[in-house]
Design a protein around this ligand. Sequence first.
Ligand code: CTP
Length: 399
Amino acid sequence: MLAGKTILLIIGGGIAAYKSLELIRRLQERGARVVPVLTRAGAEFVTPLSVAALAGGKCHTELFDLTEEAEMGHIQLSRAADLVVVAPATADLMAKLAAGLAPDLASTLLLATDKRTLLAPAMNVRMWQHPATQRNLARLRADGIAVVGPNEGDMACGEFGPGRMAEPLEIAAAISAALGAGPLAGRHVLVTSGPTHEPIDPVRYIANRSSGAQGSALAAALADLGARVTFVTGPASVPPPAGVEVVRVETAREMLAAVEAALPADAAIFAAAVADWRVANATGRKMKKDGTGQPPKLDLVENPDVLARISQLAEGRPALVVGFAAETDNVLEHASAKRARKGCDWIVANDVSAATGIMGGAENAVTVIDAEGSESWPRMSKTEVARRLAARIAAALAG
Ligand code: CTP
């Protein structure tokens, strides 16, 4: 399924480099040609000879190789590929790319390419969690760079946590998806995300604590499976992922209009925390204290329910409509009732009571409710929840 595709594979320095040798094999099995580049640090873990032997061609290592420059040049090397893959992507390589530095061949290729780039990060768990790495990751995603993994598990350094490079088969799947060959290729999926802001006056608004993390992760996971994703987002604190079409809105009414404009879609996932109410008497001028000590009266009116509207469309309803239910008590009961009331196919229920730390946090514990019944998943990262949901959505659309 990767026949005729050329993958420029940059192998960074890390113990996971050995898995990249297997990745070369897996890509060749799928018909791809792999052009390998080994960084100086990568060569401490695997040899240029073994990389070249597996790839069946030259293993590129140095920036200032004059014959190479004359024959081909690093710019051409980075452009002759269909996709640039970095596996393992070290904290150092990610930092260089985020900063736009190009001190060696690998980073120069990353800067010079006009093709999509996919990173498979691998590093110690503390390095992964360091604010600098997370800042770089957000920057890179915002720049349109795709990321697969890292996975959570035991690490070569003896620690446990996120930082293990994704498995070669997972990377091969992400490569297929990045090249438009995933199970959702040709499908259009709509995702709403983030909070909405409902103005009171030009400086004040009603909002909620949604960070947009689950919606962003979901949009990324769907795009990774090859879907064309329209991402309608309120003012979230987590940036939208790379490779999706972003439509920014402020209010619930703007969200509804953006969603309607984005149809038709094969599936629509409503992960936004939409404000139920807006201020009917919002003013165009800043509200002033009137000196009486009396607080101003805000008249609230109900916002349109975007999920219910789309679920109940007589014409042009997406084949699969998924809602989220943020509850603090009787989670299953309330969520099932919400599914019936709004008319969506699935409801993804989660407990957002303060003690769970889910709202605004990195993890989620969800129960997926559909016509058949309910399925509770253990607590896991929002990224993992997104991957599983995206896979479930792909399976439902295929079936
Ligand atoms: N939703 C929406 N438009 C709204 C309100 C909610 O699209 N105006 C969607 C959310 O994106 C989510 C689902 O409806 O997918 C459930 O939202 P939630 O806020 O949990 O439920 P409510 O409709 O507010 O119900 P309740 O107030 O009873 O909790």
